[in-house]
Ligand binder design. Structure first.
Ligand SMILES: Cc1ncc(COP(=O)(O)O)c(C=O)c1O
Ligand SMILES: N[C@@H](CCCC[NH3+])C(=O)O
Length: 477
């Protein structure tokens, strides 16, 4: 996490360098909250206690308990408006609700005028419970059931993104039965190797999503859609993966999708009304990276939008097309940076590694049940002591671990914490708004944390803490 300050102090407990290690930071740096990583309204006050949108973490922990997800509402909303401004129209930005969704979050997204991407009935129902305008909802998924497709049609969603030949036939039949025409997009696998973890790359050939462009499946899917009376094609879709920093992958995807649009026009005729609507919009999906640590250098939404516009215009000119509008589906880039997870330290243990080396394990009251990303993707995070100043104790490289019966239950593999971190201290892990609560579990029957929103000096609960009774309620007999 915090990159090294080579001249920093040393301490007997500081383990020797390993893997991506740098030396310890200066003691003063332990108190810092790097702006690129922490919520926009996070600040450490003179008393050493961190405030999130004006609410101090000690009060948050007392009132709501720990572990606790704390969402900076203004941060979340500001990222919605930045994306909307970058793409010129909020309706072209569909928040990917899989990153994190509650009814209240859906209301924020609706207020900001954005669209919403859902990929299950559960996400759809949450959006509808928030009265999210259905025409601004796009439905994804590689295995949508008849029930889910029917629910989406009945809700009047804006578009359903088709992912297989089976689904084309399935949706056509359902739509014709109901005497409606479903607005659809075709998800194109553009064959791009996104520079990200292999589990979250989605546009290379050998994976489950979409229709392959190279194999001709995408063009065939378009043919089948155009022949289906229950379907109306409104665009092509590509999503190359997640946590991506450079524009290269998006550019290649845009180029290939525009190429397919031109082929569609040539094969089916641009004056063909069945094709015309599909030529107006390309959806380039989500995947915009965020800073989990100061080593990550994400670009702004405005920068990426500018790059994408330039490439879409250039490629469209090359094939003599009117440049389509660009829609995007950021999840992490909207929800991720504004949330922290607050934990209470339970135990501190130094482990001999041999050769004089030791590793400090700081155990907190959550773990892989509220953040599986470290175990799953080897994700890195920034963790800080937040309930007090680091009072001159030297930095110790620490591993923050959870309370689960699993040695891979690591929340933060390496971070610098003051040597005197002790049971009862509060630590917080930044940038946990996306894919942490959303992928949480009740492993070891550890109830899921509460989620609170903070704004203007007050907090309110978005999701209450799960209880042991909640966990028991599925038991039969
Ligand atoms: C189709 C689709 N759109 C959007 C997203 C959101 O991705 P991210 O949260 O990386 O922006 C995903 C997830 O990777 C996705 O599968
Ligand atoms: N869950 C992944 C991202 C996958 C996004 C869904 N297509 C993560 O935490 O990074």
């Amino acid at each position: 996490m915090t990159r090294a300050h080579p001249a920093g102090p040393r301490h007997a407990d500081v383990i020797p360098q390993h893997e991506d290690a740098g030396g310890p930071p200066p003691e003063a740096a332990l108190d810092a909250l790097p702006a690129a990583v922490w919520p926009r309204n996070a600040a450490r006050e003179a008393d050493g206690v961190v405030r999130l949108a004006g609410v101090d973490v000690v009060t948050l922990a007392r009132e709501h308990g720990t572990p606790l997800f704390v969402v900076d509402e203004a941060d979340f909303r500001s990222r919605c408006t930045e994306h909307a401004a970058a793409y010129g129209d909020p309706a072209l930005v569909h928040y990917a609700s899989k990153a994190f969704l509650t009814t209240e979050i859906a209301r924020w997204v609706a207020d900001e005028g954005l669209g919403l991407d859902v990929c299950t009935e559960g996400e759809l129902r949450t959006a509808l419970r928030a009265d999210f305008p259905p025409e601004r909802i796009t439905v994804h998924g590689n295995n949508k059931s008849r029930h889910e497709l029917t629910a989406a049609l009945d809700a009047g969603v804006g578009a359903i993104v088709l992912d297989s030949y089976v689904e084309i036939a399935r949706l056509d039949e359902i739509a014709r039965d109901r005497d409606v025409r479903a607005q659809v997009m075709v998800r194109v696998t553009v064959g791009v190797e996104a520079h990200t973890h292999e589990f979250i790359a989605t546009a290379h050939e050998d994976q489950k999503f979409g229709f392959s462009l190279a194999a001709g499946d995408a063009a065939e899917a378009v043919r089948r859609v155009l022949k289906s009376p229950g379907l109306h094609l409104v665009g092509l879709h590509s999503h190359i993966g997640s946590q991506i920093f450079d524009a290269d992958g998006f550019e290649l995807a845009a180029r290939r999708v525009i190429g397919l649009l031109a082929e569609m026009r040539d094969e089916h005729g641009s004056d063909n009304p069945a094709v015309a609507d599909a030529l107006t919009t390309v959806d380039l999906g989500g995947g915009m990276g965020i800073a989990y640590t100061v080593a990550d250098k994400p670009r702004s939404p405005a920068w990426l939008a500018g790059e994408l516009r330039a490439i879409v215009e250039r490629e469209s000119a090359r094939v003599d097309l009117v440049p389509p509008r660009i829609a995007v589906e950021p999840g992490r880039a909207i929800a991720g940076p504004g949330t922290v997870t607050l934990y209470e330290v339970g135990t501190v243990k130094d482990v001999e590694l041999g050769g004089g080396a030791r590793r400090r394990y700081v155990s907190v009251d959550g773990g892989m049940s509220d953040n599986i990303r470290t175990a799953l993707y080897d994700a890195h995070y920034d963790c800080r002591l937040v309930s007090r100043h680091a009072t001159g104790a030297p930095p110790v490289r620490s591993r923050v671990v959870g309370k689960h019966c699993e040695s891979g239950d690591v929340v933060v593999r390496d971070c610098w914490l003051p040597a005197d971190v002790a049971p009862g201290d509060l630590v917080a892990v930044a940038a946990t708004g996306a894919y942490c609560y959303a992928m949480s579990s009740a492993y070891n029957k550890v109830p899921r944390p509460a989620v609170v929103a903070v704004a203007d000096g007050t907090s309110r609960t978005l999701l209450r803490r799960e209880t042991l009774d909640d966990l028991a309620r599925l038991e039969v007999g």
